[in-house]
Design a protein around this ligand. Structure first.
Ligand code: ATP
Ligand code: MG
Length: 369
């Protein structure tokens, strides 16, 4: 590369982010990452935006259920498009269709120790959650699953991603990627770019809890409000949500800390929400903002039903435009597949360029210059 080309490459701003097609996307994905992606996409500040449907990664713990992974490709694509991802501005791609990614993974595997992977806190928590056994060989942790942080490093660097908008559970993954990049560059010469994670401002949106009050809303835990849930389903889920168990009578003082209903409100009608002011004006005009509502709840005199009704209105208002866009795209699945095909094709070209630079740097480009 010439010096000018190098400078240009160094300054490129590229987004890489994605989701596993293990189920429909939920409101945790929305506040944790999707909402931010759409804002960034529309900012016009990025040279390239890649949104990846991580089917190969989903197979690392769903290898015995390929149909689940396959059917969720369309669900996730519809979730993206309905959330406002614009295929004119962002490339949506399917991970397994890009063979350069596992090839990069293979070379990066030499740069990471088993011990380092073992202390990755997200991998640790996910191994526990999935019940992989430490003793039983046949029920142990699949090697593919154990190594998925390395394949994530290939995904990020394969597209030269510089910004990764994601939830808190992805922090250790991006850190692992940064380590791989530094090690690669120090051994083989300056080739890869170190990415940075972009977390939501409020902690509620970084890790939205489940409707059951469990620490994380997660497709695998079945405690989700899905972006594609209809109005009635959302309302039923909200009205049966877990709140402060000590708040029995309306007049009782209530706890807002750790109360999922208030955590959702923080994510959807608090500082992180672009339309918070309008939501209060329309649906809770007695309060200027969430802080005032929280104070009232803590003082006593504000009932759970009233707060849940407000939350329901907030969610319906947020989801309405998504439902309208979804209805349009659902009519035309061929168009959605075409969007995925084009996005994947574009992405493969970029990954092939990265792989060529990686191989050159590693001195294994025998037949090309
Ligand atoms: P699975 O249970 O299959 O791992 P998941 O619900 O954790 O599914 P992923 O596809 O692993 O979803 O995560 C996709 C993105 O959404 C990541 O950036 C992740 O940080 C973010 N995310 C997932 N769940 C939440 C949540 N509850 N709150 C905020 N962000 C989340
Ligand atoms: Mg996950």
């Amino acid at each position: 590369m010439s010096e000018a080309a190098e400078n240009k490459a160094a300054k490129r701003k590229v987004i890489l982010t994605g989701d596993r097609p293990t189920g429909r996307l939920h409101i945790g994905h929305y506040v944790g990452s999707l909402r931010e992606r759409v804002i960034l996409q529309n900012s016009g500040e990025f040279d390239d935006i890649f949104i990846m449907i991580a089917d190969a990664q989903a197979l690392t713990d769903n290898w015995d259920n390929p149909e689940k992974v396959r059917s969720n490709i369309m669900n996730v694509a519809l979730d993206y498009l309905s959330a406002g991802i614009d295929p004119e501005k962002a490339h949506i791609l399917i991970q397994s269709q890009i063979p350069e990614l596992p090839e990069l993974t293979q070379y990066y595997m030499n740069l990471v120790t088993v011990q380092r992977l073992q202390r990755n806190p997200t991998v640790k928590a996910e191994i526990k959650m999935r019940g992989f056994s430490e003793r039983e060989e046949s029920e142990g942790t699949p090697v593919g699953f154990f190594c998925y942080p390395i394949s994530q490093a290939a995904d990020i660097t394969g597209f030269m991603g510089t910004i990764v908008p994601a939830g808190e559970d992805q922090e250790p993954m991006v850190e692992q990627t940064r380590e791989i990049v530094r090690k690669f560059n120090s051994i083989y010469g300056e080739t890869l770019v170190e990415p940075e994670i972009l977390l939501p401002k409020s902690s509620s949106a970084r890790r939205l809890p489940g409707t059951d009050g469990k620490a994380k809303m997660s497709k695998s835990l079945g405690n989700c409000i899905y972006l594609s849930d209809d109005e009635k389903t959302v309302k039923t889920k909200v009205m049966s949500m877990f709140t402060d168990p000590g708040h029995l009578k309306v007049s009782d003082p209530g706890k807002t800390d750790g109360n999922p209903v208030f955590i959702y409100l923080e994510a959807f009608a608090g500082d992180d929400a672009p339309n918070a002011k309008a939501l209060f004006e329309e649906y809770a005009p007695d309060y200027q903002n969430l802080e005032e509502m929280e104070e009232h709840y803590r003082r006593g005199g504000l009932g759970d039903v009233k707060v849940k009704k407000f939350l329901n209105n907030v969610l319906q208002e947020t989801l309405r435009p998504l439902r309208e866009r979804r209805a349009e795209y659902e009519k035309d699945p061929d168009r959605v597949m075409q969007i995925l095909k084009e996005g994947t094709g574009y992405a493969e070209n970029v990954a092939a360029n990265t792989l060529a630079s990686v191989k050159r740097a590693m001195r294994i480009s025998y037949f090309s210059v």
